[in-house]
Design a binder for this molecule. Structure first.
Ligand SMILES: *Cc1c(COP(=O)(O)O)cnc(C)c1O
Length: 462
């Protein structure tokens, strides 16, 4: 075992990526108004903008694509997917959707009610938006250790704060809380895991108060691997055993297949409750498509049915989590300030510590993303003063977020550790030149501030 620590796959098909020169990249980023979302993907050497829908599929999945049954009603690929979900997650009822956010929408229609509080560890944007439209108030109750950029060593920074949960229910009454959602891993703070013990405790409280508990399962396999590595009593269990136990505590789940499903599109919603399934089916019919395809093609259903099994393979998860940890360790060795421990799907750099001289009004995170692209052709993403600022509705004054981060997300089965070395060396070079660096000026934003990062335009401050 000791020697067998490289990637648990070999490469059968390759996709060429282009190397470029610094002058070329300087021109491209200028044309893109200093916003990496405006670049053409071909101009990027190593793309770390997201881990969503960017996975490489296996030879078995591609074989499944050929076998995909494109029947409108009763597709064999639907039954194959349902079997995988029942086997791995244990939920009897599964409705496919075109993406995770469509499953979020159905969940909001089932549970969100006007004026109700929906409690979570850290809610993900797509559910939050749907819940708010339905008139609910999403509340984040993550533990304190999960809130700060502080590199404290807590092994499960995605955990829900049990005391806060109990107090909230006592204070507001369980009748005003239509739903609890636990997101695994916690995407909002860097893919930090939730312990199975925490999920069990939340479940006990939810049951005692007759509040349904749903899991946002986008990265459930990565979460289960962390449980196996870090939680007492789980070291000898298989990932599948852990997943089955974990989901047994919940009433259902929503899934974005674009993450741990190891496919490029798709999602689903599951429930244990037969009586809820007709409403789920009908919401799918009007928004997604007929019950047995839900906005997905038969080939995509088939690839997902296979991908779910590959996603819970331990050799794969060991490679996956260790690649992210490797990136973090190498960056930390070079002195780059990152959030520790690293989570499941990427490394988060503390841009405020990186550029203490650039104020948030001059977008230090965005400045780092731009300079990293110029230096190494690497595309990261800012999660700071551009993405997360708010406006005071009365004064119009900008309220900056507490954290100024840059996320380097690692796609699944796509890059080797040699690519990670390029990222490390490029960012270390940017870090060495940090004192010369200036910020950026925002010259255009769309009408909705919470979405402005996707289309914003910048100019360098000289
Ligand atoms: C990506 C994601 C979603 C939304 O899924 P899409 O497939 O992108 O629509 C929901 N929840 C979490 C935690 C996610 O990471």
């Amino acid at each position: 075992m000791k020697f067998l620590n490289a990637e648990p796959f070999r490469i059968k098909v390759i996709e060429p990526i282009k190397k470029s020169t610094r002058p070329e990249r300087e021109e491209w980023i200028k044309k893109a108004d200093f916003n990496v979302f405006r670049l053409e993907a071909e101009q990027v050497y190593i793309d770390m903008i997201t881990d969503s829908g960017t996975s490489a599929m296996s030879s078995n999945q591609w074989a499944g694509v050929m076998k995909g049954d494109e029947s409108y009603a009763g597709s064999k690929s639907f039954y194959n997917l349902r079997n995988s979900v029942q086997d791995i997650m244990g939920f009897p009822y599964m409705q496919p959707t075109h993406q995770g956010r469509a499953a979020d929408f159905i969940m909001s229609q089932l549970y969100a009610k006007k004026g109700g509080y929906i409690l979570g560890n850290l809610h993900f944007d797509s559910f939050k938006g749907h819940a708010e439209i339905a008139g609910s108030i999403p509340v984040d109750l993550i533990i304190e250790e999960g809130r700060t950029a502080n590199s404290n060593p807590h092994p499960f920074k995605g955990n829900m704060d049990i005391k806060k949960l109990q107090n909230f229910i006592k204070q507001h009454g369980s009748e005003n809380i239509p739903l609890i959602i636990i997101t695994i891993t916690s995407n909002g703070n860097g893919g930090q895991p939730v312990s199975i013990n925490n999920i069990r405790m939340v479940s006990v409280i939810a049951k005692a108060n007759k509040i349904p508990l749903m899991i946002d399962a986008a990265r459930f396999a990565e979460n289960c691997y962390f449980i196996k590595m870090r939680e007492e009593g789980y070291e000898d269990k298989t990932i599948k055993e852990i997943a089955l136990e974990l989901f047994s505590y919940a009433d259902g789940c929503v899934m974005s297949s674009k993450k741990d499903g190891l496919v490029n599109i798709g999602g689903f919603i599951c429930t244990r409750h037969e009586e809820l399934f007709p409403a789920i089916n009908q919401l799918a019919i009007i928004n997604e498509g007929f019950v047995t395809y839900g906005g997905m093609s038969g080939r995509d259903l088939e690839a997902l049915a296979i991908g779910l099994y590959e996603g819970v393979e331990e050799d794969y998860l060991e490679y996956r989590i260790n690649q992210v940890a490797y990136l973090g360790e190498q960056l930390a060795k070079k002195g780059v300030p990152i959030i520790l421990p690293t989570g499941g799907h990427g490394v988060y750099v503390d841009a405020q510590k990186f550029y203490p001289n650039i104020p948030q009004s001059e977008f230090p995170g965005q400045a780092m993303v731009v300079e990293l692209f110029k230096t190494g052709g690497v595309r990261g993403v800012e999660l700071g003063s551009c993405a997360f600022s708010k406006k005071n509705p009365e004064t119009g004054k900008i309220i900056f977020p507490d954290l100024e981060l840059v996320r380097l997300t690692v796609s699944r089965r796509v890059y080797t550790n040699r690519h990670m070395d390029v990222v490390v060396n490029a960012l270390a070079d940017v870090f060495e030149r940090r004192n010369e660096m200036k910020g950026l000026k925002l010259i255009y934003e769309g009408p909705i501030i919470s979405l402005r990062h996707f289309t914003a335009k910048f100019e360098p401050i000289s």
